[in-house]
Design a protein around this ligand. Structure first.
Ligand code: UD1
Ligand code: CA
Length: 452
């Protein structure tokens, strides 16, 4: 029987090179905090437990790990010291322990699974994922002899011949859970940085006669995020993956490089996306819907056969039913659009509930904010809101009601009613020419006055 695995995610390092008040592992990548990508990869391995190691006082980081438990490493004395902090939480665990870094978000489950499987097959005490680096200088080097990983040398501690090795340590290690406490206890800090290096576990295990293996993975998965530039580089990689997956799933994009997806964006088959569209988190789009150019969409479920944009903005808390049309320069916020409802041009529809097949005319504003509170606008089904109307919330427009164009609606409109919320028009016959003469004379007088 396969013994279950546990995962330890190290995230207690200082992250100083980000130059940020935000902890490094909380910086967003495709809309998710870095560490959430690592947790997603780990979760897909179906481990019995995932434990995060975090710095003292890093409350927000602990929240990002939830529901997984975290332990605190009191001082950042190295990766082995961090792993030691997790031991109490792993008590009684006898299967493999996978150690990953919270700032390495691009690792795929498939690659890690390969490592776990190889360790099981070869009964290795430790397995390490390595890669051939274009520039090996920042990484620990894997020293392999006759198929066995003998030790890992950190760059700073390497001699010339070791520096020439370009097989590098990714940081991902799979360690036999029954040996882990003994290996960690034996690690000393006699190196340049006076840190307890987890990588030392390899030489210690070898000295005790245990088998240790190194497995090669793709360099692109092992990009660690230490700076803003590396974060931007990782964003490129993640976006490419998300776009490729969407195309593969039957989504059309005329220019995929300009479509920005979130890690959780759900697009059904036959969704079509124009150029320059950004998806924030929490979006799902149903089959056959079209998102035209230059839309910014976040926190909304969009049904089937909807037409969105160009130039539409949808903000969180919205729900757009099948067949809805949202046109250019229309903003929705926390708004439900019923089946077949339309808001085709220039409107702000916030905190609203728009009934089936209702039409929101150009220039309509749901006046939801009075400087203190936010209020809802409710429009029943089959209603018609004429262009340039202000619906002063809280307000309700009944089923099939008609609000005439240019109305300022302050009172509820019952079902089937017509509401005029505007001054009556005054028309004066044959008065246009006299008016022109009067205005012309006034302008001439003003000009003479200025010359004086
Ligand atoms: C580490 C590896 C190196 C490897 C490289 C890959 C060691 C000693 N070195 O080096 O061989 O090539 O990653 O990117 O393991 N952390 C803690 N507590 C600490 C120190 C670190 O939780 O006291 C965490 C960090 O938050 C980070 C991870 O461990 O997530 C790696 O630490 P970092 O200092 O970035 O290690 P590197 O020097 O990059
Ligand atoms: Ca690092």
């Amino acid at each position: 029987m396969k013994s279950p695995i546990a995962v330890v995610v190290l995230a207690a390092g200082a992250g100083t090179r980000m130059k940020s008040a935000l902890p490094k592992v909380l910086h967003p990548l495709a809309g998710w905090p870095l560490v959430r990508h690592v947790l997603q990869t780990a979760t897909r391995l179906k481990p019995v437990k995932i434990v995060g190691v975090i710095a003292p006082g890093a409350k927000a980081v602990a929240q990002a790990f939830a529901p997984h438990p975290t332990v605190v490493q009191k001082q950042p004395l190295g990766t082995a010291h961090a792993a030691r902090a997790a031991l109490a939480a792993l008590k009684g665990h006898r299967g493999p322990v996978l150690v990953v870094f919270g700032d390495c978000p691009l690792i795929t489950t498939a690659t890690v699974q390969r490592l776990v499987d190889a360790c099981r097959q070869q009964a290795a005490a430790i397995g390490v994922l390595g890669f051939y680096a274009r520039d090996p200088s920042p990484y620990g080097r894997l020293i392999v002899r006759r198929g066995m990983l003998e030790r890992i040398v950190e760059s700073r501690d390497a001699d010339e011949s070791e520096k020439a090795v370009d097989f590098c340590n990714s940081g991902v290690m799979c360690i036999d859970g029954t040996l882990l406490p003994h290996l960690l206890a034996a690690i000393k800090n006699d190196n340049v940085k006076r840190e307890f290096y987890l990588t030392e576990a390899v030489a210690i295990a070898r000295a005790k006669g245990h088998g240790v293996i190194a497995l090669e993975g793709p360099e692109s998965e092992f990009l660690g995020i230490n700076s803003r530039a590396e974060l931007a580089a990782a964003e490129k990689v993640v976006q490419q993956r998300l776009r490729a997956a969407a195309l593969e799933a039957g989504v059309s994009m005329v220019d995929p490089d300009t479509v920005w997806l979130a890690a959780d964006t759900k697009l059904a088959a036959d969704v079509s996306i124009g150029p320059n569209v950004r998806f924030g988190t929490g979006v799902s789009v149903g089959a056959g819907s079209e998102i035209k150019a230059f839309c910014d969409i976040e926190g909304v479920r969009i049904g089937r056969g909807a037409q969105i944009g160009p130039f539409a903005r949808i903000r969180p808390g919205s729900d757009v039913a099948d067949g809805v049309h949202i046109g250019n320069f229309v903003e929705l916020k926390a708004t439900r659009m019923g089946r077949g409802a339309k808001a085709n041009h220039l409107a702000y529809v916030g905190d609203s509930d728009i009934g089936e097949a209702s039409n929101i005319g150009a220039g309509t504003i749901a006046v939801n904010y009075d400087g203190y509170g936010k209020w809802r606008t409710v429009v029943g089904p089959q209603a018609f809101i004429g262009s340039n109307s202000s619906l002063i919330a809280p307000v309700r427009i009944g089923r099939g009601a008609n609000v005439t164009a240019g109305s300022v609606i302050t009172e509820d409109v019952p079902a089937g009613a017509v509401a005029f919320g505007r001054a009556r028009q005054v028309t004066k016959k044959r008065r246009a020419d006299p008016l022109r003469a009067k205005l012309k004379a006034r302008a001439a007088t003003a000009k003479r006055e200025r010359r004086k």
